[in-house]
Design a protein around this ligand. Structure first.
Ligand SMILES: *Cc1c(COP(=O)(O)O)cnc(C)c1O
Length: 354
């Protein structure tokens, strides 16, 4: 059992919940009335508090801004039919947060602080957990370095905070993606497996170039040979090739996605053959040509399952079979959504009722 921590609560005296239009909430732009915050100083976490969502005063010299010690997570809370609120597999996000922290030479956050931050914020902002179908409350934990010092070294002080943002369905149009063979997201010995800010910064320029060429998203390849498929944008990528579900094995250059892990478990449970291994660009293009590639999709917390309809590679555009019914990904996505929304039995114990 988790000890109950002392969390100071300052209620927001100007709540915005009543005036928020839940029919018009583009992803990541609306925040709830409160946030959680804690400080790391002298080797320990202190000043645990819930306070009104708002600006944080800080020095312009903080090392996160200069040298990038910053990590984050993303998870979702769902409204169940009986009104309860459940957070999906938050323990996985907690574990990954500390894997990221370790790689970025940042302090570990204790499980009770992370989990109680989530519980405390959801409790005070429960009214913000949407009730409409396909809506949820996105949770964003962040840790960043706060030493006001220009020396290049791991900071001695940090802030941890948690924001919550109600969010609606992602658009469902199948994406046109480009297999990227010049720029890379991650490399061996690097930080690709950590959810650290710089990984996203480095992806923005190649993404903008691909958009100029008419693509919606990128498929990243390995940095040394560009012959292996790694991820798609900020999501893992999966394929149904010859009836098997295939995806890149977890390694230094692949973010260990909770959605990826969940979908693999659901697929195995349905008797689908799953292969986690090196996935070559050549076999994907070959499969697109000969029709054996029947499904391609990106998987992540924000979008769950996003279909890929067209794949660009070396100036050619390959369309996935128009007649594909996408049975594997749509059936798994439905089961995943049903579990998260409490519409079917939570057989794997993934829902944490807050
Ligand atoms: C967050 C993220 C994912 C998806 O992880 P989930 O835990 O499923 O949300 C995949 N790849 C990258 C690069 C990511 O940042």
């Amino acid at each position: 059992m988790i000890d109950t921590l002392q969390i100071k609560v300052t209620e927001n005296s100007n709540p915005r919940l009543a005036e928020t239009d839940f029919k018009n909430i583009p992803f990541g732009k609306t925040f709830t009335d409160h946030m959680f915050m804690a400080d790391y100083e002298d080797g320990e976490w202190k000043n645990l508090q819930i306070l009104p969502y708002g600006p944080i005063p800080m020095s312009p010299a903080i090392s996160a801004l200069h040298y990038g010690q910053a990590i984050f997570e993303g998870m979702k809370a769902y409204r169940l039919p009986n009104g309860d609120v459940s957070v999906f597999r938050a323990n996985k996000n907690f574990e990954r947060f500390n894997i990221s922290a370790d790689r970025m030479a940042m302090p570990i956050i204790p499980e009770e602080i992370f989990m109680q931050a989530v519980a405390a914020l959801i409790n005070i902002d429960k009214g913000w957990v949407p009730t409409q179908e396909n809506y949820s409350l996105y949770l964003r934990p962040v840790m960043f370095a706060t030493d006001a010092s220009l020396g290049v070294k791991a900071s001695d002080t940090y802030k941890f905070f948690l924001l919550a943002s109600p969010t609606g369905p992602y658009y469902t149009k199948a994406l046109k993606v480009k297999i990227e063979t010049k720029y890379t997201r991650a490399n061996e010995g690097g930080v690709g497996y950590a959810k650290t800010a710089g990984n996203y910064a480095r992806s923005l320029y190649p993404f903008a170039q691909a958009q100029k060429e008419g693509f919606d998203q990128l498929i990243w390849t390995d940095s040394s040979t560009h012959t292996l498929v790694e991820e798609s944008g900020a999501a893992n990528v999966m394929f149904v090739l010859d009836g098997k579900l295939i995806t890149a094995a977890i390694g230094e250059t692949i973010l260990n996605g909770v959605t990826r892990d969940t979908i693999i478990e659901l697929a195995k449970d349905k008797g689908i053959t799953v292969e986690e291994r090196k996935v070559t660009v050549a076999e994907i293009i070959e499969g697109a040509k000969n029709g054996k590639l029947t499904e391609a999709f990106a998987v992540g917390t924000a979008a769950t399952v996003t279909q890929i309809g067209e794949i660009g590679f070396e100036g050619e555009l390959y369309k996935l079979s128009e007649t594909s019914t996408r049975t594997v990904s749509t059936s798994i996505a439905k089961e995943l959504n049903d579990i998260r929304n409490g519409l079917t039995e939570d057989r794997f114990g993934w829902n944490w009722i807050v």
